[in-house]
Design a protein around this ligand. Structure first.
Ligand code: XBP
Ligand code: MG
Length: 253
């Protein structure tokens, strides 16, 4: 039986509800700047979210939703520049304070640090997006709370491939059996599971109908002492919120 040593967090949808009012808005602003008449509505974006990674999502949209688009000769370059513009808009949104952390995230990170648990991040998004979110919500010093911020193109295969979790584990010199992962989506869970990690899922508006077979527990949120979690699948006993004691209990089962 291994001891729990670290928590490894996804970012988008897990630490913060970044997609609908963050990434989606930033994509649309980048499209407008580029004089493209594309606009991703809230519902359409839910379909596009099945493709992880912003550049990959733009490419998929062009292929599947824009049959008459005059594809540039250098499509990779076109997508890269468009995505750089999207990242600038997204970072601006984060810096404006428009995107808060999800309930319980700040509390749990502080409790985990006090309990001596190590922290890591494994995400599909661009590294700058992660550091900016952390700085904007928890202060710049919080970036150093995480031993590794595994993000974006640092690995060849984005989620649902296990690569990014495997990369984070390698950087932390830990085995999957010593860590708990936190995810919000089916693609994220497939990734963490394939990397061998037990995983706590907190669903959101875009992922509540995803498949979460194999999750350690599925919840609506991490919760706060005065704002109880709803258990969607699994057993949290009488606990009202996800704390280190519950994580250790779930880890041991
Ligand atoms: C997050 C993503 C990301 C963001 C966009 O998935 O799919 O692509 O939507 O980020 P996960 P970039 O939470 O599973 O990591 O545009 O920077 O790629
Ligand atoms: Mg996610």
């Amino acid at each position: 039986m291994h001891q729990l040593r670290a928590l490894i967090f996804d970012v988008d949808g897990t630490l913060s509800d970044t997609e609908r009012d963050g990434h989606r808005v930033a994509f649309n602003r980048a499209f407008a700047d580029a004089k493209l008449d594309w606009s991703w509505g809230v519902e359409t974006y839910g379909v596009l979210l099945k493709v992880t990674g912003g550049k990959e999502r733009i490419r998929y949209f062009i292929e599947k939703f824009q049959p008459v688009f005059d594809v540039p000769a250098d499509l990779d370059g076109f997508i890269r520049v468009l995505h750089q513009s999207k990242t600038r808009h997204y970072v601006e949104l984060l810096q404006s304070g428009a995107i808060p952390l999800r309930p319980g995230v700040e509390r749990l990170l502080n409790e985990a640090r006090s309990a001596g648990l190590r922290l890591g991040i494994a995400t599909t998004t661009t590294p700058q997006n992660v550091t900016t979110l952390l700085a904007a919500t928890l202060g710049p010093e919080s970036i150093d709370w995480f031993e590794v911020i595994a993000a974006g193109d640092v690995v060849p295969g984005k989620k649902p491939a296990p690569d990014i979790f495997q990369y984070a584990l390698k950087e932390m010199h830990l085995s999957a059996a010593e860590c708990m992962a936190f995810e919000d989506s089916e693609n994220g869970l497939l990734s963490s599971k394939q990397a061998g990690l037990k995983t706590i899922v907190t669903v959101n508006e875009y992922t509540r109908n995803d498949q979460f077979d194999g999750a350690t527990i599925v919840l609506d949120q991490l919760g706060e002492p005065d704002s109880a979690i709803t258990v969607i699948n699994g057993d949290a006993g009488d606990t009202t919120h996800v704390d280190v004691a519950l994580i250790k209990q779930l880890f041991a089962n």
